[in-house]
Design a protein around this ligand. Structure first.
Ligand code: AHR
Length: 502
């Protein structure tokens, strides 16, 4: 089987916002406690943060981490997580039917962000709370001093303001599962009022309003239109979420789900344009895809805790999906979709980062290791920075539930003008056939392949574990060549690869 591609230097989607490779950490399960924070662990620093986890996060070069939720934020009192640890209250978390000691709060999280070289993106509680708490939190976090909340921050040990630029106006407020769930008009008015108040403090903040929790919500896409009609001038991004599942063990349809994702992005981009026209404004709003990942492996085992059958445990092992090789392909495909839509998707957060539906897993007192999906995320985050190309792809395809002709070859490409490299991220959706790909490099002086990484496995259900940490891992690719202005390579059945030329 063969496929051909044209990569022309002048056919671009646009400059990628690096924040598209962001991540998310919620007070949920073992994401924070036993994930990034484990004071008794051998690698813990003076703040109790695990050094081995921090190293794996640093390697990913994560530009931004969203915190503290998620569903958790909709009944969170941020004040519980500041001040002397021994005085912090343990609270019940209604979203996940657990309890939280509040040993980690905004100070500890900010220090951790500094230590791993990432920027903090905060969410305010618009479920059980509103404008008043949002403005107080903002003053605590960003005001230099001389006011009640900023002086409290200083008293709590942090002289300089945290200067957080990105703020989410609540989380998934369209979802009936959300504490304080609202309809689009109610939420739109509250979000607009909150945004206005926050901007009175600092007009330069980047504000993110809630879009739909997923594209199957009955209120989608009217939700986006109504919410934006209330908030358009006061916000910079609208947030979307999507999780991917293969419950029916139907790989061809599973691997076509990023077409559904692309329709979702394109529909919301069109809604943004519609509201922009209606408002007669020059102001642009973009998409913050601040929750995405594969999530289904752990659903059954989580039922008991989520139904309350297990009391109110502290940091139980919730949402601990163990990812397989098939999920490598899915994560590669999703990242390709974001790169191809980087003109409208400016922020995206893999959900989540550690233990909870995450590329990094930990054992209490034991090792931290890379799940299978760590790798496609790593390759895109580290090498997918620059300008996204608008590729012309001619590939044979198949009928799926999500697209009439789902191409077997899915790829994206990023031109890094700074170092002159051109990177391709490719997935072969065909389960039995290799595909020879010919990429016509127009306008590039590329002379050789400088890096080629391949991920294949004989079993789609192969996983990495604490004991066998590299069952699924990339290996050096062979046979990719640049000749006569073309890059030629072969994609084995069900494979992910990254190839870079210069
Ligand atoms: O990431 C897990 C949960 O998924 C988040 O708390 C919520 O926002 C979404 O439904």
């Amino acid at each position: 089987m063969k496929a051909s591609v044209v990569a022309n230097k002048d056919f671009t989607v646009g400059k990628i916002d690096n924040r598209v490779y962001g991540a998310f950490l919620e007070h949920l399960g073992r994401a924070i406690y036993e994930g990034i924070y484990e004071p008794d662990h051998a690698s813990a620093d003076q703040n109790g943060m695990r050094g081995d986890v921090a190293k794996l996060v640093k390697d990913l070069n994560v530009p931004v981490v969203r915190y503290p939720g998620g569903n958790f934020v909709s009944a969170y009192n941020w004040e519980d997580g500041v001040g002397p640890r021994e005085e912090r209250p343990t609270r019940l978390d209604l979203a996940w039917h657990t309890s939280d000691s509040n040993a980690v709060g905004v100070h500890e999280f900010a220090d951790w962000c500094d230590s791993v070289g990432t920027e903090m993106m905060l969410a305010v509680n618009l479920g059980s709370r509103g404008v008043d708490d949002a403005r107080n939190f903002l003053e605590y976090v960003n005001h230099p001093g001389g006011s009640y909340w900023s002086d409290l921050r200083i008293k709590n040990g942090r002289k300089e303001p945290f200067n957080v630029k990105m703020w989410c106006l609540g989380n998934e407020m369209d979802g009936p599962w959300q504490v304080g769930h609202k309809d689009a008009d109610e939420y739109g008015k509250l979000a607009a009022n909150t945004a206005r108040a926050m901007r009175m403090f600092d007009s330069e903040l980047e504000l993110i309003v809630c879009g739909s929790s997923n594209a199957d919500m009955a209120s989608y896409p009217d939700w986006e239109r109504i919410v934006l009609e209330h908030t358009y001038e006061h916000v910079d991004h609208i947030s979307l979420h999507m999780y991917f599942a293969n419950r029916d063990k139907d790989t061809p349809n599973y691997l076509a789900l990023n077409h559904k994702l692309e329709r979702y992005i394109e529909t919301v981009a069109a809604t943004i344009k519609q509201v922009k026209s209606k408002k007669r404004t020059k102001h642009d709003v973009y998409i913050s895809f601040d929750e995405w990942n594969v999530w289904y492996h752990s659903n059954k085992q989580d039922r008991e805790i989520l139904d309350g059958g297990n009391g109110w445990p502290h940091a139980p092992g919730l949402l601990e999906d163990i990812y397989n090789f098939e999920d490598v392909l899915q994560v590669g495909l999703v990242l390709n979709s974001f790169i191809r839509h980087s003109d409208v998707v400016k922020i995206a957060c893999i959900a989540q980062l550690v233990n909870v539906i995450a590329p990094i897993m930990t054992e209490k007192g034991g090792p931290a290791w890379k799940q299978t999906i760590y790798y496609p995320y790593y390759f895109a985050s580290v090498y997918g920075r620059g300008t996204a190309l608008n590729l012309l792809v001619n590939s044979p395809g198949y009928e799926s539930n999500h697209e009439d002709n789902t191409p077997f070859v899915d790829l994206s490409s990023v031109h890094n003008e700074d170092d002159g490299t051109l990177s391709f991220f490719l997935v072969n959706r065909h389960g039995t056939e290799s595909i020879e790909v010919d990429i016509d490099l127009q306008g590039f002086a590329a002379g050789e392949v400088i890096d080629h990484q391949v991920m294949t496995h004989s079993r789609l259900d192969a996983v990495n574990t604490a004991k066998n940490q590299s069952e699924v891992a990339p290996r050096k690719g062979e046979g990719a060549k640049v000749a006569d202005g073309s890059l030629r390579l072969t994609l084995p059945p069900y494979s992910y690869q990254m190839v870079r030329v210069k």
